[in-house]
Write a protein of this length. Structure first.
Length: 153
């Protein structure tokens, strides 16, 4: 029983539970937005009729195929996907790109191992190559260059 309790109280499980709860709440919010704002807007554009394909069907050998309900769900899915993209994904992508731009100004790439290191670093923390700024290397076009280090064998 102790192992199960430890499993449940691990950080990943708790974070997953919070994500599921927030996701369910967000789903309700998006569905309300579509139901209360977007669908009436579609109805206003189409002359007061809200699209409903629930009665559409066809019959083959006595079996009835109700494809209209599928069309309703497909249209709802497309509307919700578009709203989530334009109201959540696109703004978050823009915000992340702005934050990455600030990060790139504070970091540079090591010419030896290509790791990201602080812009003011004089030695790479990953491969320990010594870096020399341009101010100490007049006439050199590259921003950073390896300092020659002789090793005795």
């Amino acid at each position: 029983m102790g192992g199960f309790k430890q499993f449940l109280l691990r950080g990943n499980i708790v974070e997953l539970a919070v994500a599921v709860i927030v996701g369910a709440t967000f789903s309700g919010l998006v569905q309300a937005l579509v139901r209360d704002l977007v669908t009436p807007l579609i109805g206003a554009v189409t002359g007061g009729r809200q699209p409903n394909f629930a009665e559409y069907s066809f019959t083959v050998n006595g079996s009835q195929f109700k494809y209209g309900d599928f069309l309703n769900h497909l249209i709802t899915f497309l509307i919700i996907s578009a709203i989530v993209y334009w109201l959540v994904v696109a703004p978050m992508t823009r915000l992340i790109s702005l934050l990455d731009r600030n990060k790139s100004a504070a970091t540079k790439q090591c010419p030896e191992c290509l790791s990201d290191i602080p812009a003011e670093a004089r030695r790479c923390a990953h491969c320990t190559v010594e870096l020399v700024p341009d101010s100490e290397n007049p006439g050199h076009d590259a921003r950073w260059r390896h300092r020659s280090v002789k090793m005795d064998r």
